[in-house]
Design a protein around this ligand. Structure first.
Ligand SMILES: [Zn+2]
Length: 297
């Protein structure tokens, strides 16, 4: 890949890595910068959850990109920051991420990290996950004259939506639209999460469900949460989730594994809202209400 573009990706990955305060277990902040064929770069960092259900930076970056409608990927730079040693170190994708990426990208998709001297080193996905059959996936090359645009609230182009969230119908419309970005064979699902960034500005992030060929599913509410966290949201208000059936919104709650994750990052009073369009009825619950007994020991 073009070295100028790679250096922009490396800088982006370093920046998102240093912004990461969602690490409780591993002692490593990890950041990724994912390049799409159209020149858009999406960043993500690892999000840990006290040992359960941690999500690596690569999957966070892919969640952001896919839920924004991206489908053509060229390469990714992954870098870790060793919190104890206070320095950047190499970080190759884990097996989960290799499986996830190999079902989405072509065999020539490039993966870079740094060596012990801080220099970029790269491999293709087919070198890192040689058992996979890539014949159904398309390779996407990058034209170095394509304009680069770094997406994300820490970067050039914010991806939080500017919408008056008190107008619930507009939020539901947005969730319904986002449900169409559902990737893979699972039902069409969309989520919109409302929170506040580090400047205490209200932010709205969308998520759509993503399935890889191995059957691993990252559902829309989790995608929205991962995206919001890796864009600096640390205070959360509510999430609106729907599934789209024949173009109409129907009831969807986050699954309990995601409710557990929401509990850690959004707290017990966080509201989960869903909507049945046929009945024109909005349903609302707090985490406290739907996870009884958990708070009583
Ligand atoms: Zn991983």
């Amino acid at each position: 890949m073009d070295s100028k573009v790679l250096n922009i990706m490396l800088d982006t990955a370093k920046k998102i890595t240093l912004k990461n305060d969602c690490v409780n277990d591993s002692g490593f902040r990890v950041g990724s910068a994912l390049l799409c064929k159209n020149g858009n770069i999406y960043a993500g960092h690892n999000i840990e959850n006290f040992g359960i259900q941690s999500t690596c930076s690569e999957r966070t970056a892919f969640c952001s990109a896919i839920s924004e409608g991206e489908k053509e990927f060229v390469g990714i730079v992954v870098i870790a920051s060793d919190i104890k040693e206070n320095k950047f170190v190499e970080a190759w994708p884990c097996g989960y991420c290799r499986e996830f990426m190999s079902s989405i990208v072509g065999s020539e998709f490039e993966i870079y990290t740094i060596d012990e001297n801080g220099n970029l080193v790269g491999k293709t996905i087919s070198e890192l996950a040689p058992l996979h059959d890539y014949s159904i996936n398309k390779n996407n090359s990058f034209d170095k004259n394509t304009k680069i645009s770094i997406k994300g609230n820490f970067f050039e182009v914010p991806i939080s939506k500017n919408i008056e969230e008190k107008e619930i119908n507009k939020v539901i419309d947005l969730a319904l639209k986002v449900a169409n970005n559902t990737y893979g064979y699972f039902q069409k699902e969309g989520a919109v999460i409302v929170g506040f960034n580090e400047k205490n500005e209200k932010c709205i992030f969308t998520g759509s469900t993503i399935t890889d060929n191995n059957g691993s599913i990252i559902r829309a509410p989790k995608v929205a949460l991962l995206k919001a966290l890796s864009n600096g949201v640390r205070k959360f208000e509510k999430i609106i989730c729907i599934k789209s059936e024949n173009g109409k919104a129907n009831i969807l709650y986050p699954s309990y594994d995601v409710i557990q994750l929401l509990l850690q990052y959004a707290g017990v009073d966080f509201k989960m809202i869903t909507y049945n369009q046929d009945e024109n009825k909005v349903y609302e619950n707090t985490i406290k209400e739907v996870l009884p007994k958990y708070f009583e020991f």
